[in-house]
Design a protein. Structure first.
Length: 391
């Protein structure tokens, strides 16, 4: 065996919590599988860190890929079922598995080919020329783009200037009479998270003051949040009409290329969103893979801890160089590089590292850097240093 229990515990960071977590994971996987995971292979064989020679730290995908149970489920799939008509045979099981995550029923769930489709559908359902979208500034841009495309007004609410967290008070004020409030939690690109208590208070206040306004809580990165008290708002979505959450398999589940996302809310809310835009369905192999992913709690726990290890290391490196970054609760960091993002991006790209695009209105000072595997970040660091003049 190439990898001892003691060595694994040491890599997890030692200490009581580390030992307990390592023992739990070893029971779940066995050490050989854990070695594969530790080496960034997921269950799927060697994964290249880079596209060509480029280390890709630009789109917040997960360079570790899916867990071993996903690969196992696909390898063991009975291919005589493949392509057998509408609906894909494994679809119902997947919807049931999504619903079961939150004690919901299948009619509380709608699927999308990625959660991006659900965001588009949400804006189409709740916004129009008279009904505005309320969103953070900066926040994930696709809802605002959809609103602009259908000529709905957009109320951009600046994040807090110091913490870069969503300004929930400001968003409440802007929500009166609005069509949809988009709460990206954690927020992309600023990487901050709000506690469930704060989100719940915000949602209830908006609903009291403006009952017809829809509220979408985007939880694309929530699996990565380690801040105490930051949980899913699925229960609130099941309780309140017009409130719903979206989730994706593109980030912590490591399946961005498979295009799977879903939303949870009351059946009427889900119908309204589903009817507004052709969400289509996901395919059979996606359903098989995603059902296996949901069942693998041990892998998700490992993924979360491994991301945190890489995140802590990377944040510390930037802070040691004198660059501020809000405490990230995601798989990317948002760094005040004290110069335009484009300069940093072009400099890094020329040396083989791709980082995030511009994020107005903060593109003159901040850059977003996705977190890869530890070895990707170790390779990228000297390049960051060089481009930032800290070589
Ligand atoms: C906050 C947020 N929501 C939704 C998405 C859409 O991702 P996907 O369509 O892959 O689920 C992204 C993609 O980066 C994102 O950052």
């Amino acid at each position: 065996m190439a990898f001892s229990r003691r060595e694994f515990v040491r890599r997890l960071g030692g200490g009581g919590a580390g030992v307990a977590a390592a023992s739990q994971l070893i029971r779940a996987y066995g050490t050989d599988d854990l070695l594969a995971l530790e080496q960034g292979r997921g269950g799927g064989g060697q994964r290249p860190a880079a596209t060509g020679d480029i280390i890709k730290l630009s789109s917040n995908e997960n360079l570790r890929g899916p867990g071993p149970k996903v690969i196992e489920a696909l390898k063991n799939y009975n291919f005589s079922n493949l392509g057998l008509g509408y609906a894909p045979p494994s679809l119902n099981g997947f919807v049931e598995a999504c619903a079961a995550m939150d004690g919901a029923k299948p009619n509380n769930v709608i699927l999308g080919t990625g959660s991006g489709d659900i965001l588009t559908a949400a804006v189409m359902a709740y916004c129009n020329g008279d009904k505005a979208l309320v969103t953070g500034d900066p926040s994930y841009g696709s809802p605002a783009q959809t609103a602009q495309r259908i000529k709905a007004p957009v109320r951009f609410i600046a994040v807090h200037p110091k913490t870069l967290a969503l300004d929930l008070e400001g968003m409440i004020k802007a929500s009166i009479g609005a069509g949809l409030v988009f709460l990206c939690n954690p927020n992309n690109p600023t990487s901050t998270v709000q506690t469930s208590a704060d989100i719940e208070q915000t949602v209830r206040t908006i609903k009291q003051r403006s009952p017809e306004t829809g509220i979408l809580i985007d939880e694309a990165y929530l699996e990565y949040a380690t801040k105490p008290g930051a949980f899913t708002m699925a229960k609130l979505a099941l309780e309140l009409p017009g409130v719903f959450i979206s989730r994706t398999f593109s980030k912590a589940y490591g399946m961005a290329g498979m295009r799977i996302g879903y939303a949870v809310g009351q059946p009427d809310t889900m119908r309204k969103v589903g009817n507004a835009w052709g969400l289509g369905s996901i395919g059979e192999l996606q359903a098989v893979a995603a059902t296996a992913a949901l069942s693998d709690k041990a892998h998700m726990q490992w993924e979360k801890m491994e991301n945190k290890r890489v995140r802590d290391w990377t944040q510390n490196q930037f802070r040691a160089m004198g660059f501020e970054t809000p405490e990230s609760e995601t798989n990317f960091i948002f760094v005040n590089i004290q110069r335009p993002a484009v300069e940093f991006r072009d400099g890094c790209r020329a040396l083989g590292v791709a980082v995030g695009r511009d994020f107005p209105p903060m593109e003159k000072t901040y850059a977003r850097i996705s977190l890869g595997r530890m070895e990707d970040m170790e390779k990228a660091l000297p390049i960051f240093r060089k481009v930032l003049g800290r070589g």
